[in-house]
Design a protein around this ligand. Structure first.
Ligand code: S3P
Length: 402
C-alpha cells in the first residue's frame, strides 16, 4: 500500500466500535443464562475470531441489523478454539473455561502462537486450573477452582479479566488488587451481567456469581479514534462522534501537550472536536504508559513531528504484543529518516520532520496504522508492506488517508 503525504485533514466520522468491549460482551453472553444483545458491535478480524470461539463453545449466535444476539451455552462444549490474532479472546476465554466442566484446546495464528500467555496461565494455576502450556496451542482442562487474592506483578487488563472470569465459577471469593489500574471494562460489564462485584479504589472483589443476559451498546474505540485525532492535530480538524468514555487518558494527555480538543460529554460516550495545534515534546512513563499502551507506536510517530526530544518508557509490555512493537516502531521510523533510539522499555525520539520510506508491519494492525499516519505526515510518503492487517481492529482505516 502506497501512502501519500496529506496536505490537509478535514473530516467528521464515527470511529469503529470498541474492540475490547465487543469481545467481553460476546464472552459474557456465552456464559450468561438467557439472551444477550450486543448493539453496535465491532465487526473485525478479532471480533469475528471471538464470535467463532463463542459459537464453538456452544453459544447460539445470530447477527442481523447491526445487533449480535447470543443465547448462553448453559454447559460449555469440549472443542478447539481458534482465537486467530486475538490475545484478548484467547486469554479471557482461558479464564472463562478454567472452572467449567469442559476441555478446550486453544490455538491461533502464528503471531498469537508465538506470544507467551504465562502470566494468565500462572494466575489461573494459582486458582487450581489445569493448563498444559504457556504458549498456544494449549489445552485447558476444567477443574473446581478456588478464589484467590491476586496482585498482578505487571499491569494487564487481560490477566485481570481472565482471573475475574475464572472467579465466577470458583468456590470462594476472588479479589484483584492492581498496583497500576488497567482498563475497567471487565469489572464494569460483569456488573451489567448481574455479577456480585464491587470496586473499591484499586481492589475488585468478586463473589462467585451466575450471569444473566444483558443489553450492551458498544461505544466507539478511543484506540481507533487516536489515528484521526493525531492527523487532525497536525494537519487540520476532525469531529469524532461517539467515542467511549471509559478510557480518557489519551485525551487528557494530548490536551496536556498543547492539543486543542473540545468534548461534548454524554453518559457513556462523547463527541470530540480536534484541531491543528502547536504541540510540545513529551515524556510518557509509569501508569500513563499502561493506559496508553496500544497508542504508543502512534505517539512515537506523533513525537517525530514535534521539534525536540520525546521519551516513551516503562512500556516493555509492547515487546509481547502482536509483534515486538518497540522494534517495529523503531525500524519503521528509522526507515522514514526519523532520529529514534530503541530502549529496552520504549524509545527516545528527536523530532522534526519525517522524510518517508518503507514500513515493515510484521502483520501487526497497530504498527500498520501508526506508521501509515507517520507516512501521511511525512514529506515524501512511502509504502506499508501489509494493508490487510488493519482488518483486525479498523477495517475501514485506509479511507482516512484517501
Ligand atoms: C486489552 C488489554 C491490553 C491491550 C490489548 C487489549 C484488553 O493488553 O494491549 O490490545 O482488551 O484487555 P494487556 O492486558 O496485555 O496489557
Amino acid at each position: 500500500m502506497r501512502v501519500k503525504p496529506i496536505k490537509q485533514f478535514l473530516t467528521a466520522l464515527t470511529p469503529p466500535p470498541d474492540k475490547s468491549i465487543t469481545i467481553r460482551a460476546l464472552i459474557m453472553g456465552l456464559l450468561a443464562s438467557g439472551t444477550t444483545y450486543v448493539y453496535n458491535p465491532l465487526v473485525s478480524g478479532d471480533t469475528v475470531s471471538a464470535l467463532g470461539a463463542v459459537s464453538a463453545l456452544g453459544g447460539e449466535v445470530d447477527f442481523r441489523g447491526g445487533v449480535i444476539t447470543i443465547k448462553g451455552a448453559g454447559s460449555l462444549l469440549d472443542c478447539t478454539v481458534d482465537a486467530g490474532n486475538s490475545a484478548t479472546a484467547l486469554r479471557l476465554l482461558m479464564g472463562a473455561v478454567a472452572g467449567q466442566n469442559v476441555t478446550v484446546k486453544f490455538t491461533g495464528d502464528s503471531s498469537l502462537c508465538s506470544r507467551s500467555h504465562r502470566a494468565v496461565a500462572e494466575a489461573l494455576a494459582a486458582m487450581g486450573a489445569d493448563i498444559s502450556a504457556s504458549k498456544a496451542p494449549l489445552t485447558v482442562r476444567g477443574k473446581q477452582l478456588s478464589g484467590i487474592d491476586f496482585v498482578p506483578s505487571s499491569p494487564s487488563a487481560q490477566v485481570k479479566s481472565a482471573v475475574l472470569l475464572a472467579g465466577l465459577n470458583a468456590s470462594s471469593p476472588t479479589t484483584v488488587t492492581e498496583k497500576i489500574k488497567t482498563r475497567p471494562h471487565t469489572e464494569e460489564m460483569l456488573r451489567r451481567f448481574g455479577a456480585d462485584i464491587t470496586v473499591d479504589g484499586n481492589t475488585i472483589k468478586l463473589n462467585p456469581s451466575k450471569l444473566s443476559g444483558a443489553k450492551i451498546t458498544v461505544p466507539g474505540d478511543i484506540s481507533s479514534a487516536a489515528y484521526p485525532m493525531v492527523l487532525a492535530l497536525r494537519k487540520g480538524y476532525c469531529y469524532l462522534k461517539n467515542v467511549g468514555n471509559s478510557r480518557r487518558e489519551l485525551i487528557d494527555f494530548l490536551v496536556g501537550i498543547g492539543g486543542e480538543i473540545e468534548e461534548e460529554k454524554g453518559e457513556y460516550s462523547s463527541n470530540l472536536t480536534v484541531k491543528q495545534s502547536n504541540l510540545r515534546p513529551f515524556t510518557v512513563s509509569g501508569a500513563l504508559s499502561t493506559a496508553l499502551i496500544d497508542e504508543l507506536p502512534l505517539l512515537a510517530a506523533l513525537a517525530a513531528t514535534i521539534e525536540g526530544e520525546s521519551v516513551i518508557k516503562d512500556a516493555d509490555a509492547l515487546r509481547n504484543k502482536e509483534c515486538d512493537r518497540i522494534r517495529q516502531t523503531v525500524t519503521s521510523l528509522k526507515n522514514m529518516g526519523v532520529d529514534i533510539t530503541e530502549n529496552a522499555d520504549g524509545f527516545t525520539v528527536r523530532g522534526g520532520q519525517i522524510t518517508g520510506g518503507s514500513v515493515v508491519t510484521k502483520g501487526d494492525h497497530r504498527i500498520a496504522m501508526s506508521m501509515a499516519v507517520a507516512l501521511a505526515l511525512s514529506a515524501k510518503g512511502g509504502s506499508v508492506d501489509d494493508d490487510k492487517c488493519v482488518e483486525i481492529s479498523y477495517p475501514s482505516f485506509w479511507e482516512l488517508l484517501q
